[in-house]
Write a protein of this length. Structure first.
Length: 194
């Protein structure tokens, strides 16, 4: 009875993890795209985005007052909508992820520029805006996972296949490293690369 249960558990576990490996990154990419698209669209409508004022103030401070809210908020909205569309469609992923990571860099700056708006008690009690900023760590991590697949890679559920893939990857990395060195182990002079 216990053996049968273990066998059934293993079959279900393998089926579920295989499904997750096959569709997880796609679902992550599309759901992240929906978040960016949605948050971007909200910024086109005054006072609908809870982060609008903080974003506008941050951009105004970072640009030394040159870019005002009437320009920065629609620009940021368009930027986020572009990221969202890129993620949802899967098109131009390298550019989309570059835009995402650049935008994420901007979103952490209020922690340093406006700590009174981010924390109720520094450094552990966050305001709603602070929580909004800190959750971006999850968005950055999602972008990293998606970015790891832009060359055609993916998630592998099978541990044996994963070990084979890692071994091949390490071997290729060692070959490239060796090719970049001369016979004496020193890096080749620049004219040898031409």
């Amino acid at each position: 009875m216990v053996e049968r249960f273990q066998e059934l558990f293993d079959q279900v576990d393998e089926a579920l993890t295989t499904w997750m490996a096959r569709y997880g990154v796609l679902l992550l990419r599309v759901s992240l795209g929906i978040v960016f698209f949605w948050f971007g669209i909200l910024k086109f409508f005054p006072d609908l985005s809870p982060a609008q004022d903080l974003a506008a103030n941050t951009i105004e401070l970072l640009t030394f007052g040159i870019v005002q809210e009437n320009i920065s908020v629609p620009f940021l909205a368009g930027w986020e909508v572009l990221i969202g569309l890129g993620l949802i469609t899967g098109k131009y992923m390298r550019i989309t992820l570059l835009l995402l990571f650049m935008q994420m860099l901007g979103t952490i700056t209020p922690i340093f520029l406006f700590p009174d708006e981010v924390f109720t008690e520094f450094p552990y009690a966050l305001t709603l805006e602070g929580q909004y900023i800190i959750k971006n760590a999850v968005l950055v991590s999602a972008g990293l996972v998606i970015g790891a697949t832009v060359r055609g890679g993916g998630v592998i559920a099978d541990p044996d296949a994963t070990q084979i893939a890692r071994t091949q990857e390490e071997s290729r990395r060692a070959e490239r490293k060796q090719q970049s060195k001369g016979s004496n182990g020193n890096p080749l002079p620049l004219d040898d690369y031409a």
